[in-house]
Design a protein around this ligand. Structure first.
Ligand code: MLT
Length: 398
């Protein structure tokens, strides 16, 4: 007789019943009776253009290598191939500073690494600026950490500061440009967080998933702030930057100087990855290397410019309509006040039923999100124009 015991420490019970974007899909199906043809999806930030041609070519030739007796490869190194890590070093060199190859960990998308990174810390306090990407919150709760939120609001431009936090060591999530509010810290704003982390012995977990959308005046990387390489880990994703939402490739920079309870965070993450991860496949890492080349970056930029044009025209429409909104300038997301006194889910329902436009209700991003709504620029310009026409026809925005 053998027995399998299921042990639960109860943390799963503390999660909301369904993940935000699963709920968005469920409600969309409910409202449309499953007839999604003709809907315009400006909800989950999924890309609307194919991967760059140079990436596709790199994958084809890497796959041919794998099929060749003399050139095939087995398991990838769990922290990534040096050719890609060197290309990542080049990315940081172009920003004006150096990162060591051993400080780079190639992953299969930032969702995985942001979800798992706090596993290597002792349980403690996790600071989460809200409204927030739900993954930080869900996983802080699953791990049994104590969550302290600092709330973004219209008053602080959805860019909360560390003011009022106690000076004990913490794990601090910062996502800039921000998901969902689309706001981005300038150098001074980000420096406040870095200074706070240094003085309190905290570690910043900086999600740079949207940094490809940064324009002038906002840092693309936390390491542009002095002192950050002593206290910050950075997550970078190729999902939005290069259309890799399906391919899955990202990197995490863990500087050797960053410590938790006097232990090297780099060494802990390396140990954790070797216990739980077998690396990203060779063709995908070759594709990632290709998008970091001059030609690859130019291809990616042309697509990002299209998304940015979308958020610009959307922002212009909202401005003309007198709707309070933020984001869109350094981000693919526009964050707006719900119209006509509706709450977030009511706005969601109305937009689907009357305009066939799917967005994301702000309340799904936690504290401070109710009463707001997120629309994404990840679509083709023609579709964005149609979406705006439909919203205009709805009259509630005027
Ligand atoms: C979003 O829409 O918030 C993102 O696409 C979700 C993600 O990156 O996992």
């Amino acid at each position: 007789l053998s027995e399998i015991k299921v042990l639960s420490d109860g943390h799963f019970d503390m999660l909301s019943e369904s993940y935000l974007f699963t709920e968005v899909r469920r409600r969309t199906a409910l409202l449309t009776g499953g007839e999604t043809h003709g809907l315009i999806n400006l909800s989950i930030g999924d890309v609307a253009y194919p991967i760059p041609e140079i990436a596709a070519r790199a994958m084809v030739s890497a796959t041919e290598e794998l099929a060749d007796n003399a050139r095939f490869r087995g398991y990838p190194a769990e922290t990534g191939y040096d050719f890609l890590k060197n290309a990542v070093c080049g990315y940081y060199r172009r920003l004006g500073f150096s990162v060591d190859v051993d400080e780079i960990f190639i992953g299969d998308g930032s969702k995985t690494d942001t979800a798992c990174f706090t596993d290597i810390f002792e349980r403690g306090e996790v600071v989460i600026p809200t409204p927030t990407y739900p993954v930080y919150m869900d996983n802080a709760v699953l791990r049994g950490n104590r969550v302290v939120t600092v709330c973004g609001s219209r008053q602080n431009g959805f860019l909360p500061t560390p003011e009022g936090l106690t000076d004990t060591p913490k794990m601090i999530w910062i996502c800039s440009p921000n998901n969902p509010a689309g706001s981005a810290y300038d150098y001074c704003g980000l420096k406040k967080w870095v200074d706070f982390a240094l003085s309190s012995g905290s570690v910043i977990l900086f999600d740079a998933a949207y940094s490809a959308f940064c324009g002038e005046g906002v840092p693309k990387s936390v390491y542009e702030i002095e002192g950050a390489s002593d206290c910050a880990v950075e997550f970078y994703s190729l999902s939005k930057a290069a259309g890799f939402t399906n391919l899955r490739c990202s990197w995490t920079v863990v500087p050797k100087a960053v410590k938790t309870k006097n232990k090297s965070v780099n060494a802990l993450w390396k140990r954790r990855q070797s216990a739980r991860f077998n690396g990203v496949c060779y063709p995908v890492q070759r594709a990632a290397e290709a998008v970091l080349s001059d030609e690859g970056r130019a291809e990616c930029k042309a697509v990002i410019d299209k998304y940015k044009r979308n958020t610009r025209v959307l922002g212009d429409f909202l401005k003309k309509s007198g709707v309070w909104h933020t984001g869109g300038e350094h981000s693919p997301y526009v964050w707006l006040e719900c119209p006509a006194g509706l709450n977030s889910w009511e706005t969601f329902d109305l937009l689907i039923k009357k305009a066939g436009v799917v967005g994301t209700p702000g309340c799904g991003f936690g504290r401070g999100g109710e009463g707001y709504f997120r629309l994404s620029g990840f679509t083709r310009p023609k579709i964005m124009e149609q979406a705006i026409e439909r919203l205009e026809g709805l009259k509630i925005f005027i």
